[in-house]
Ligand binder design. Structure first.
Ligand code: URA
Length: 211
């Protein structure tokens, strides 16, 4: 199966992403922008959701009208903690989605992910899964999360991030050629600490004001 990456280059997404990248953007503004961007990203990622026809009554007449066939069948999985930032906007758009959480932290020495939390709904086999984490840097956390989530056997999987580094994309695609990636931008690369350049810094710290 060939790996797929979609860059969501909508002008509103790109403009808001630039505001998020700016070092002078405050925590409150960064958080608000993350919610706005995640709404727009969710709109693009859900483009292929299947529709079904339902008979409804308008004030004028009966009609066959389209409704989502699977709106109750989506599970959004946040890779903590920065994934929380993308979750808010997505849930505004798809309030009936179920939510899972995977807690991973990066060992600062090895940059490899360590799992500290895992909770997903029980009926995953019937659900399409959207995994969210703003930053795909080395791709180690994303790959580890997807490995773990594959054990729950979802119907399909997509990975959504805000920024991706080429190294992370290559690593992720090697491990998971069956999981398409959606991102707002592909940046230049990584620094020696595994941070994305030019990037936007530590997404978790910027979201929660912890630095
Ligand atoms: N995680 C972040 O929050 N930022 C990076 O640049 C890389 C990983």
């Amino acid at each position: 199966m060939s790996a797929k990456i979609t860059v969501i280059d909508h002008p509103l997404v790109q403009h808001k992403l630039t505001l998020m990248r700016r070092v002078e953007t405050s925590t409150a503004k960064f958080r608000a922008l993350m919610t706005e961007v995640s709404l727009l990203l969710a709109y693009e990622v859900t483009r292929d959701l299947p529709l079904k026809q339902e008979t409804i009554k308008t004030p004028m007449t009966l009609m066959e009208a389209p409704v989502l066939a699977s709106d109750k069948k989506l599970v959004v999985v946040s890779i903590m903690r920065a994934g929380q930032g993308l979750l808010d906007g997505i849930l505004q758009l798809i309030p009936s989605a179920r939510v899972g959480h995977v807690g991973l932290y990066r060992d600062p020495m090895t940059l490899t992910p360590v799992e500290y939390y895992f909770k997903v709904p029980h009926d995953i086999e019937d659900r399409d899964m959207l995994i969210v984490d703003p930053m795909m840097a080395t791709g180690n956390s994303a790959s580890a999360a997807v490995h773990r989530l594959k054990q729950t056997n979802p119907r399909s999987m997509k990975f959504l991030c805000l920024l991706a580094a080429p190294e992370g994309i290559a690593h992720f695609h090697e491990q998971h050629p069956d999981v398409p990636i959606y991102t707002a931008a592909i940046d230049q690369g990584l620094d020696e600490h595994g941070y994305i350049l030019p990037g936007l810094g530590d997404a978790g710290d910027r979201l929660f004001g912890t630095k």
